[in-house]
Design a protein around this ligand. Structure first.
Ligand code: HAS
Length: 541
């Protein structure tokens, strides 16, 4: 692996894990504050900690890791090294995002941005928080342009060739990100910054929430798709098998490009200001975006089974026996897949209008995203570092580190079982998400919730041990013995059909994606602009 490219990748991974560590500390503390176990000095409150936790884990850890991972993959599969302009854009993006992150974290820790990771109106933060966010978004665009540059130069130099699957998937991921972030950029620049500077007195709240969720739902697929890249492309190689079908994998990513964005209203089902028809339409589209995940599940089962049969496994579940259970590079992502089955089922419950009325704004939703992003995605990312860091630094994974990785995975799963399990359960009992320690004047319902909060806090503490161990493992991997580690890219099964070329005709897919977005959003947005009374909002500091 090119050493210069390796430095860029490693810089992203280190920043990601630093964010994970600080975000993890904030997460554990907010759990303890909320369950009434501790009161912190210097007025450090629940909302401050929760904002730091959400921003650092959900926005910063993920974005840095994803960009680093995608850069490693395009460097490896598109010519073996980054073109000079790609690398420059990568570093420029990294620096811009880092300036933004540092400003943002300082503002949060000063208590001037307790607006949570979703930061839409009517809660108002210091303008510097929004400026920091804008820098993070601009930085990620620069990095995205780098990936597009690498891909288009490679294609120009390799005319007529099918692009490598990893590279194709990276382009889809960044295209989706690029389209989605336009919504949040408009919200931040046109609405939130002028309002927080006091240049305008009021803000259109429903518009701000809508622009946020236009971005906020594809955001979750921006987290998921790199994990899927690992599942589709890397896992087959690690288990010694083959990719089931290149065309299926590409089609599932194209479906994500089409259906991830026009679905934000499923976060706003309980909100006034959007008519039932448009909510219904976006729920239908939400059910469309479940299809590529079902295709992924099918494809993974097919890969595992083909691998099992090739190795002589017999019977319905014989393929399970030949999987490399003791290899953390497989085990951690596999546990992520396993958890994604109930996690995805929870998502389908959320998306169903009547059931959303039961779970919306309860801890159930918090439980849902701790299974999806904080387990399926996070465990996959953790599994990736055991080969990515050795590959980019010219080292090898030792059996001891592999073992520590397995232990870390198990700790994570146990912690999540406690935490997310109790969140789901108590959420169904009506316990609200995002509320500081309160027993609602010892109301009997609230008293019943308390044991679950204690279980959540215990789960949080176990997870914190998991955070410390993964950060330790990351540093240990950087000091592992020298040697060469191969970048694991799977080969496609000989039995699969050749990939149709129209899957790489970007004009068609981008055109369709834009058409769907315009269809799902134009009329509701016109309604919001015409029929909403602006609100002054709340200053949270
Ligand atoms: Fe979600 C809220 C609907 C997926 C994250 N979601 C959230 C929030 C976050 C989040 C962060 O419709 C909270 C936002 C906030 O702060 O308010 N979600 C869905 C649906 C899906 C879904 C329909 N969510 C995700 C993913 C996330 C994520 C992925 C992060 C990465 N979500 C919602 C809705 C809300 C929501 C509503 C709003 C709730 C409210 O009222 O506020 C779907 O994409 C899920 C499809 C998944 C599947 C599972 C496929 C299974 C696979 C594994 C195969 C396993 C193998 C191993 C092969 C259909 C691919 C097998 C081996 C064996 C041995 C068995």
């Amino acid at each position: 692996f090119d050493r210069g490219d390796g430095k860029l990748v490693l810089a992203h991974v280190i920043f990601a894990f630093a964010a994970l560590l600080i975000g993890g500390i904030a997460g554990m503390l907010q759990g303890m504050v909320r369950s009434g176990m501790v009161t912190l000095p210097a007025n450090i409150g629940y909302y401050e900690l929760l904002t730091a936790h959400g921003v650092l884990m959900a926005l910063i850890f993920t974005t840095y890791f994803i960009i680093g991972f995608l850069y490693s993959g395009v460097s490896n599969t598109l010519g073996g090294r980054l073109y000079p302009l790609t690398r420059k854009l990568g570093w420029l993006g990294y620096l811009t995002m880092s300036v933004g992150t540092i400003i943002g974290v300082v503002v949060i820790l000063l208590g001037k941005a307790t607006v949570l990771y979703t930061f839409y109106a009517p809660m108002k933060a210091s303008p510097w928080f929004y400026i920091a966010l804008a820098l993070v978004v601009i930085g990620s665009w620069l990095s995205g342009f780098g990936i597009f540059h690498q891909y288009s130069r490679w294609r120009a130099e390799n005319q007529g060739k099918l692009s490598p699957l990893f590279a194709f998937m990276s382009v889809v991921t960044m295209l989706m990100w690029q389209i989605a972030t336009i919504g949040v950029a408009i919200e931040v620049v046109v609405q939130l910054i002028p309002w927080s500077f006091g240049w305008v007195d009021t803000i259109n709240v429903v518009l701000s929430r809508t622009l946020f969720w236009y971005f906020g739902h594809p955001l979750v697929y921006f987290w998921l798709l790199p994990a899927y890249i690992c599942w589709y492309v890397v896992i087959p190689k690690i288990i010694g098998g083959r990719i089931f079908s290149d065309s299926l994998a590409r089609l599932s990513f194209i479906l994500f490009l089409l259906f991830s964005i026009p679905v934000g209203f499923h976060h706003q089902l309980m909100e006034p200001g959007i008519s039932g028809f448009w909510k219904f339409l976006q729920v239908v589209l939400t059910f469309m975006v479940i299809v590529p995940s079902l295709m992924t599940a099918f494809s993974m089962f097919a890969t595992f089974e083909m691998n099992g049969r090739a190795k002589g496994a017999k019977g319905l579940f014989g393929w399970l026996k030949v999987l490399p259970w003791k290899d953390v590079r497989f085990f951690a992502p596999f546990m992520g897949m396993l958890v994604f089955i109930p996690a995805g089922a929870g998502g389908i419950i959320n998306a169903s209008n009547q059931m959303n009325a039961v779970v919306h704004n309860t801890l159930w939703v918090t439980g849902h995203f701790h299974l999806t992003v904080a387990t399926s995605v996070a465990l996959t990312f953790f599994g990736i570092i055991y080969w990515l860091i050795p590959t980019v630094t010219g080292r090898v994974l030792t059996p001891k580190m592999n073992k520590l990785g397995i232990i870390q995975t198990l700790i994570w799963c146990v912690g999540m079982l406690f935490m997310s399990g109790s969140m789901h359960t108590v959420g169904l009992m009506g316990d609200p998400r995002r509320t500081a320690y309160t027993t609602y004047d010892d109301h009997p319902d609230a008293v019943l919730w308390m044991p679950y909060h204690v279980a959540m806090a215990i789960g949080g503490m176990i997870l914190f041990v998991g955070v410390i161990l993964i950060v330790y493992n990351m540093f240990a991997l950087m000091r592992a013995p020298k040697g060469e580690t191969e970048y694991p890219i799977g080969q496609v099964s000989e039995e699969s059909e050749p990939t149709p070329r129209f899957l790489e005709r970007w004009g068609i897919w981008l055109g369709l994606a834009v058409a769907l977005i315009l269809f799902a959003y134009t009329i509701p947005l016109i309604d919001m602009l015409n029929n909403t009374v602006n609100s002054p909002g709340y200053v949270t500091w």
